[in-house]
Write a protein that binds this ligand. Sequence first.
Ligand code: ADP
Length: 857
Amino acid sequence: MAEYTPMIQQYLNIKSHYKDAFLFFRLGDFYEMFFDDAIQASRELEITLTQRDGGKEKIPMCGVPYHSAQNYIKTLIDRGYKVAICEQVEDPKQAKGVVRREVVQLITPGTVMEDQMLDEKENNYLVSITPFPENTFVIAYNDLTTGENSVSFVRDGWDAAVSELYNLPVKEIVVPSDFSETWKESLLQLMKVTVSFEDETAIPEEYQHLLNNINEVRLQEGFGRLFQYILRTQKRSLSHMQPAVYIEIQNYMKLDLYSKRNLEITETIRKKGKEGSLLWVLDHTVTAMGSRLLKKWLDRPLLDRKEIEKRHAQVEGMMQQFLEREALRESLDRVYDLERLSGRVSYGNVNARDLIQLKKSLGQIPAIRETLRSFNQDDLNRLADEMNPLTEVKDLLEKSIMDDPPLSIKEGGIIKDGFNEKLDEYRDASRNGKKWIAEFEQKEREKTGIKSLKVGYNKVFGYYIEVTKANLHLLPEGMYERKQTLTNAERYISPELKEKETLILEAEEKSVDLEYEIFIQIREQIKRYIPKLQKLAEQISQIDVLQSFAAVSEQNQYTKPSFTGDATLRVKNGRHPVVEQVMNDGAYVPNDVYMDSENFILLITGPNMAGKSTYMRQVALTILMAQIGCFVPASEADLPIFDQIFTRIGAADDLVAGQSTFMVEMLEANHAISHATENSLILLDEIGRGTSTYDGMALAQAIIEYIHKNIGAKTLFSTHYHELTSLEESLTGLKNIHVKAEEHNGEVVFLHKIRDGSADESYGIHVAKLAGLPMELIQRANQILHDLEQTDTSSASEVAAAAEQLSFFTEEKEHDQKPSVSNAEKQIISELKQMDLLEMTPLDALNQLYKLQKKLK
Ligand code: ADP
């Protein structure tokens, strides 16, 4: 039987090591794909699927041109696939048989380095998760583009591990091969990441320094897994990797998965975009680094009062000096992505334009320091002193790299004159040579008397002398050696010209080679400064986030919060930072909040659409903003420091995870009550809504009582069960508040104003009217409501029960196909109808009745 051709055999052999990736197999100017890869890639990339003779059979094939491969790779990576780049690793001219090929890089969503494939405002995290006994997980993070590494312990089980990762720009997660299938599924569904496997966890000798700060063996193992995966995929220098930093997650406010999602911190629930999120309001950063840091701060609000107050003081300092702040913004705006630039320097894919960006960025540092010094705020002044302007790097780049260099680092035109003597010599030789050529041309014209004689150059023949046909008769026979005939002219060479040509070309070639060498040397020199550059990048990002806070706080009239040091929370004229942005100026109605250790549960009633859930979210967001160091949307705010925020806020069904609303509701509630402490904030919005009235109300009440008795967390609880408001009498820590709505001429007007006490009516029908339900239906509902109220206005719970029955009844009507009475019952009814009571004795009647009853039992 025929065999596959040697090349296809080579392909299959390499492919067997990269089963989970598209293998981009270099063939001349193309990357080709074969077999299933080709079929799938042609679909994903919308490129033509062809066939190729593989020896044994025709095989499917498709390909992308080498020079435009980046875009195709990006598409695949964005969709969560991996791409193995397989290059020819020997010169085809030298090769005996099939050219040797090797995979030189495995590009995966978490290890992308190419600029075009990255979102500059987001980190690109690769994460490893390593499970250990006792519900413990080690999570290790890496951003290959910036070289940052960190590790942390999560000790409260799987949910906590997922919460830790949620909201972070994680693109890929590396786990051991025996990782639980259920966990893997939940990563795929919740996080939408690529999951990869790695079992090797030892760190090679030359990278041991990355573990300088990490002694714990489990942390080392977790980081080792991550690192090995990077080594395996990248196959190159990883010298920009920073030593791993241990993050003690206990030092930051914890936000569980649900809160991160429900509070719409970095993206909205519905559209999944940044617009409409808290990040959207707060992000006035001007550098990509700042934008990335802001996300990190949002993900890890602080717990340490001093740290928080330090940020507030810095923001305040910047707010007080508008002009200086503007100057600072302008300078920052001219700073490029130092973090990723240094990443590329060590990764080896930096070009001369990148180095010019580096130079320009460093050029801004003196101005930034000077501006920082001009603020009347000690910490900002100190920051200026701590910044290292790296003048030596800037000077080096200033002296060496041309201002507008080409993209390629292999074709010369990069290094300035005067930087390197040898290079200058070559350049002189080439320039002198060219001058010689010009003179030669002049001389030959004079000699021959042909004015149009010219000396030209092309790649095939090198330098030549060209004489037009009209002038040929003037040229003495045998003066030059003929080389090429054109329609209108003849081209010649002469020994003298060729000799000079060799010198010029040699000089040019040498100078291009030398430029490349010099460039590499400069790159190596800069490599040594990478830790300092990274430090500088960190400082710049911090300044950028602080100025962003200052700008937003001023623009939106936020206030500096103060910390009470006890359990009192007092907010005057608080607003929802996002909702107020999307409303007309002044349309948002501010509200106060007061809670302390005596009154820690607020039970909020009020009609739908009154603003209950907005009020609750506003409290949570205010706390979050305060603890990341920003000012808050209120006229006054005294706050305790919260250790965690939990939320159960009516959101869309968790369809992704395939759970019903009610199940999600209970999971979220359970999560809150099993982890909250008295220093936590819990938001429970309309809990119990997903089940029947009694069930829901009973659960709601039991949850409130539980929090009251066992936790003592500050809790905001909104409900449409008015019955619950009577809890104020039995639970001392609970206080009723409500959102006011007023009725004018049969129309409801929402005032969005929070008042003490409970709401009296639910106005549900009015909302239905506002929503445009048919008038007939609205009138009918009003009538039913009226009847129900007549039944017994004294007992609210009976009204609820009646409503319950009403809904039961309506449900039955909807299903009137189904018999509402059984056949046995029907028979009894007909027997009853047929009985002629007047003809019966009382005893007969009694006997009949006895029989009928017996049938029913
Ligand atoms: P509820 O939870 O009571 O059903 P929401 O909190 O969802 O009500 O609020 C309904 C709408 O009312 C919001 O979308 C918002 O537009 C508006 N709203 C809420 N609070 C305020 C406020 N304080 N000022 C102005 N408009 C508000």
